[in-house]
Design a protein around this ligand. Structure first.
Ligand code: HEM
Length: 437
């Protein structure tokens, strides 16, 4: 094994590994224990990698501001995702998710989002029982695919087959179920390759039926492949769509799931939403609910692969970190534990897009969509989509809770939490529908 990258001076080394390299049943407890034992800056040597974890205010600031050329998020993410996704999905991509979002672009997605929500809500008429994360996952597929695979794919007779293939491919499993990655490697990603081929085939059918490129987002992706033809062109287009979609499914549906769970658990907040107070001082209550649910649900490990020697100052000590090391921080240990009261659901802790309670927290102590140069480009899109689902679902239906507690999956290390156990609710149409749609 190659020598591990040098960190000078060397911080304390925690007595644990990360879940890709050994048994870790509860990631928050394991890394939390390492922090209690070692302090806010410590090293984890795991598998072939050396991680420098940073949790102090200055350490977090250094983490979020380090330039990509010195310590790369792109490479760190790729190293994580390639445990699950076939290498060929990353090769030759011409559409990066960054290019598809922004405040101006959100307006263009609204019709597609409304159509996706309408189709999903139509399945609830007459009343039924649903599991909130199954519901959110199916809706997440619809919201995303309507936005970048062309709205017509929502009505494809093979839509369920497509989402099943995308669920089998699911790059997020690399951090949602890290313990499975050894099995994925042993099978040489055979199931993932089959799923990718099937998703490509179904998308190609839908895209091939278009008369022209179209003036939606799929049209933008299609025109990027104008200089190619035949199988090369269709593989390029469909893989661009698949990679954007797989990226979106890392967080969006789970954030939606927790937003619904928390509103079902907090009828007082739901009553405020419904009572129309959102016309006055509560105008942005729904989006504050979304931010609060994401804060609580965040299980992201944030990673940067060091490419050039970099000095990282944690406020007490400057460390010289050599190429090959990985800078890291872990959101549940800041979002939920940085001050008293952060374990409680309170959408009123937000003023607009910023947490203001507890007062005096450092800027990077609470993270929903990230900070600095790598902050999420899909934030306006994601918040808009979830707010519209909340408005339309709770406006038209009552959801009766049929679960007692809702806990995150303990082995997860990345993205927004998946639930450890099902969260069923009984759905009945409301006599009085307050929200449009
Ligand atoms: C509620 C849903 C979402 C949450 C909570 C979320 C969260 C985040 C966070 C925390 C980061 C920063 C990560 C870091 O600094 O290492 C990030 C970056 C990113 N997100 Fe999201 N995200 C969401 C939805 C989406 C969607 C729908 C997409 C579209 C495919 C997306 C694409 C990206 C991309 C491309 C980046 C990297 C930006 C860069 O490196 O410059 N996200 N997201």
């Amino acid at each position: 094994m190659a020598a591990l990258p040098v960190i000078d001076p060397m911080p304390p080394v925690a007595a644990c590994v990360l879940p890709w390299d050994g048994t870790v049943t509860n990631t928050v407890a394991t890394i939390g224990r390492a922090r209690s034992d070692c302090g806010d800056t410590f090293v984890v040597d795991s598998g072939e990698d050396r991680y420098l974890f940073l949790f102090s205010a200055a350490g977090l600031h250094a983490f979020y501001t380090v330039p990509e050329t010195q310590a790369s998020k792109g490479i760190a993410d790729w190293k994580m995702l390639r445990r699950k996704l076939p290498d060929e999905l990353f090769i030759g991509r011409r559409t990066l998710p960054h290019e598809l979002f922004g405040r101006v672009a959100v307006a263009g997605y609204l019709d597609a989002l409304e159509e996706a929500i309408s189709l999903q809500l139509a399945e609830l008429d007459g009343g039924c029982e649903i599991e909130l994360f199954d519901f959110s996952r199916r809706l997440g597929h619809r919201l995303g695919l309507a936005s970048w695979a062309g709205r017509e794919v929502l009505r494809s007779v093979r839509f369920d087959e497509l989402t099943a293939a995308l669920d089998a491919l699911d790059g997020a499993e690399a951090f949602v179920a890290p313990e499975r990655m050894r099995e994925v490697a042993l099978n040489n990603k055979a199931a993932e390759r089959r799923a990718m081929a099937q998703a490509e085939e179904i998308l190609a059918e839908s895209i091939g039926a278009r008369a022209g490129p179209g003036n939606d987002l799929l049209g933008t992706i299609v025109t990027r492949w104008d200089d190619t033809a035949g199988a090369e062109r269709m593989a390029g287009i469909t893989r661009d769509v698949i990679l954007v979609h797989i990226g979106s499914m890392s967080n969006l549906f789970a954030a939606l799931g927790w937003s619904l769970v928390h509103l079902v658990q907090h009828p007082d907040v739901l009553a405020r939403l419904r009572s129309g107070q959102d016309q006055g001082t509560d105008a942005d209550l729904a989006s504050r609910c979304v931010l609060e649910s994401i804060r609580i649900g965040q299980r992201s490990i944030m990673l940067r692969t060091v490419l050039e020697p970099v000095a990282v100052d944690d406020g007490s000590q400057a460390y010289d970190v050599s190429p090959g090391a990985t800078l890291a921080t872990f959101l549940p240990l800041t979002n939920l534990a940085g001050a008293p009261g952060l374990d409680l659901y309170d959408p009123d802790r937000w003023r607009g897009q910023r947490p203001v309670s507890p007062a005096g927290l450092p800027a990077e102590a609470i993270t929903t969509f990230g900070h600095g140069p790598h902050a999420c480009p899909a934030r306006p899109f994601s918040v808009t989509a979830i707010v519209r689902v909340i408005e339309r679902l709770f406006g038209a239906y009552d959801l009766e809770r049929r679960f007692s507690g809702a806990e995150p999956r303990p082995g997860q290390i990345g993205g927004v939490a998946r639930a450890a156990a099902p969260c069923p609710v009984a759905v009945t149409p409301r006599a009085e529908r307050r929200y449009p749609g």
